[in-house]
Design a protein around this ligand. Structure first.
Ligand code: PLP
Length: 399
């Protein structure tokens, strides 16, 4: 079986491009050009140079000896937390800004929830001197002040969105509306492996640098270029897609995706889209969507702002239904405990999103000799308030 995208933009039954007619031109343009631009040697050279000198790649593959001892396997961490701006998202925004320039675009738009993708986009716009407009729900603006300030310092205009719940879904709708009105000069940088084809494939390819590095680094560490397990958290699925990419068809490698269970899969307060979602269409893509009986999208919940998306990238929907990946639901409590554990065992404070991947370690059935690579998608600086609040409240409960 082929787990990658087909020429029509589908992963099995998932994906495609379900878009209003007014966007046909934009999406068609992108679809017709992205593969050619991305395979151009000059493009590759510029992309690779920026990843090396600006982002700081390759990121280390770190053998975590105390974590390994704790879980009874050989556990490596792929350190995306050490990238410039603190997460894997910059890999994609670097790729897309270079692509936008080659397509002759001068204006960049993006949507953001927690602000991480907004900051990564504002960063590359500053780097390339491009105009940058970031749509962000009013609720999120209030919750994520620091990221708003960073975007503004970087020269981006943050446009508050006041429709719906004033969160990510509404910001995405606003960005799409903008793109409809400004097709000629504007490129829309989507932040994950979601949206209409070719976005999921394009973003997965930009992020696939993660798994090509893992191959080289494992060869050096272990004398073989494949692990027994690859583990990543999935919101829209971009760090997971990048981690799995070069191993999709290598059946020796078990793929494990962690999604955010919030207060519990059956609690009504969750973002466990693959566990609970029904087939539907969200933001131009056929995939699993959390929705009520009338097909209304339900508001997801997770302690981690980067994982509370009511959909899932089509690649991951297909990996899950075909049984290629194992999907583990990790609750807020499990993720926060895992974040504390990594901090105390290895001296690394992870992003709350990444802590959901760590939270799955205890649910696996490892053998001592298994080689496990877990992608640490980001660092925890942005989450300090949440950590402090949580550990203070549990300490009080415990006393
Ligand atoms: C945004 C984000 C995620 C979730 O996005 P994916 O597209 O699923 O990778 C995960 N980890 C961190 C640190 C993030 O910022």
């Amino acid at each position: 079986m082929d787990y990658n995208v087909n020429s029509e933009g589908y992963y099995g039954e998932f994906g495609g491009a379900y878009i209003p007619e007014i966007l046909y031109g934009n999406v068609k343009n992108l679809r017709e050009q992205y593969l050619e631009i991305m395979s151009d040697p000059d493009f590759r050279a510029e992309f690779d140079n920026l990843l090396r000198d600006y982002v700081g790649r390759p990121t280390p593959l770190y053998f975590a000896s105390r974590l390994s001892e704790r879980y009874g396997a050989r556990v490596y961490l792929k350190r995306e937390d050490l990238n410039h701006t603190g997460a894997h998202k910059i890999n994609n925004t670097i790729g897309q800004i270079l692509l936008a320039r080659r397509m002759g675009k001068t204006r960049i738009i993006a949507e953001t929830g927690a602000g991480q993708h907004g900051v990564a986009t504002a960063t590359v716009c500053a780097l390339k001197g491009m105009r940058c407009i970031v749509y962000m729900g009013e609720t999120d603006i209030a919750r994520q002040k620091l990221n708003v300030q960073k975007m503004e310092m970087l020269g981006a205009e943050v446009r508050p969105v006041t429709s719906g719940n004033k969160t990510l879904k509404d910001a995405t709708n606003e960005a799409i509306r903008d793109w409809c009105c400004n097709p000629a000069d504007t490129h829309y940088i989507i932040g994950s492996t979601v949206g209409p084809h070719p976005y999921p494939d394009m973003v997965a390819q930009f992020q696939s640098v993660i798994s090509s590095e893992i191959k080289n680094q494992l060869q050096r560490h272990e004398g073989r270029d494949w692990p027994d397990y690859l583990m990543a958290c999935v919101g829209g699925g971009s760090n997971g897609a990048g981690t799995f990419y070069h191993y999709l068809d290598d059946m020796r490698v078990k793929l494990v995706a962690s999604e955010a269970a919030g207060l519990g899969v059956d609690s009504g307060e969750t973002a466990a889209t693959i566990h609970l979602g029904k087939r539907g269409i969200i933001h131009g893509s056929r995939t699993f969507v959390m929705q009520d009986e009338d097909g209304q999208i339900t508001e997801p919940y997770s302690v981690s702002a980067g994982l509370d998306y009511p959909g899932i990238g089509p690649m991951h929907a297909n990996l899950a239904v075909t049984g290629r990946s194992q999907v583990v639901a990790v609750t807020d409590d499990e993720a926060l405990a895992a974040a504390m554990e990594l901090t105390r065992l290895e001296g690394i404070i992870p992003a709350i999103e990444s802590a959901h991947a760590l939270g799955a370690l205890g649910k696996m059935d490892f053998r001592q000799e298994d080689v496990v690579v877990l992608t640490l998608s980001g660092r925890g600086d942005k989450d300090m308030e949440t950590f402090v609040e949580y550990f203070n409240s549990t300490r009080q409960e415990g006393s």
